[in-house]
Write a protein that binds this ligand. Structure first.
Ligand SMILES: [Zn+2]
Length: 171
C-alpha cells in the first residue's frame, strides 16, 4: 500500500463531479487500499477518490482511524437514498487544512453502493457516520464542506487560507 498525496482546496479536481465506476478492476482495488492507508496515515476518518486526484466515485471511511479493522468501509458508487433529521456539528476536511466549521447534516442516512467485489451493499449511518457519509458523497459531487457555509463564513475562510499561504505554510 502507498500513501497518496491529498489535494487541497483550490485544486480543480476537488470541484469536479466524479465519474461512476463501471468496472471494479485490480487498479481500482489497489486505489482503494492506497486510500485506506492514506486516510489512516493523515489521520482522517474519511477520504474520497477526488482528494487523491482520481475522479471516480469511490470513498473510504473508518471512524476508528485504524483501531478496529471491522469498522473500515469501502464504497463504490455510493448514493444517499434516504435521509432523516438534521444535526449541526463541527466538521473539518483533509483537503481544507486547519479549518473547522459548523455544518448542518442529516441525522440519519441510508446509503447504497457496491463493495470491492461488486456486491450491492446498504449502510445506515447515524450522527457522525451520517455526517461522514454525506461529506464524502459531497466530494464525489465536487463539493467541499466550505461550499455549505454562508457567504460571510466563506470569505473569512478564504482570508484565513490566504494568510497561511503568505507565510509559506503548505496549503
Ligand atoms: Zn473532506
Amino acid at each position: 500500500m502507498a500513501v497518496l498525496e491529498i489535494l487541497t482546496i483550490g485544486h480543480p479536481m476537488l470541484s469536479k463531479k466524479a465519474e461512476r465506476v463501471e468496472k471494479i478492476d485490480p487498479a481500482l482495488v489497489r486505489l482503494a487500499m492506497d486510500m485506506v492507508e492514506t486516510m489512516r496515515r493523515a489521520p482522517g476518518i474519511g477520504l474520497a477518490a477526488p482528494q487523491v486526484n482520481v475522479g471516480k466515485r469511490l470513498i473510504t471511511i473508518d471512524l476508528s482511524v485504524g483501531e478496529k479493522e471491522d469498522e473500515l468501509i469501502i464504497l463504490v458508487n455510493p448514493e444517499i437514498v434516504r435521509q432523516e433529521g438534521e444535526v449541526v456539528g463541527e466538521e473539518g476536511c483533509l483537503s481544507v487544512p486547519d479549518i473547522r466549521e459548523k455544518v448542518a447534516r442529516p441525522y440519519r442516512v441510508l446509503v447504497k453502493g457496491q463493495d470491492l467485489e461488486g456486491r450491492e451493499v446498504e449502510i445506515e449511518g447515524e450522527d457522525m457516520m451520517a455526517r461522514v457519509l454525506c461529506h464524502e458523497v459531497d466530494h464525489l459531487d465536487g463539493k467541499l464542506f466550505t461550499d455549505r457555509l454562508s457567504p460571510l463564513k466563506k470569505t473569512l475562510i478564504r482570508k484565513k487560507l490566504k494568510k497561511t499561504a503568505d507565510t509559506g505554510l503548505k496549503l
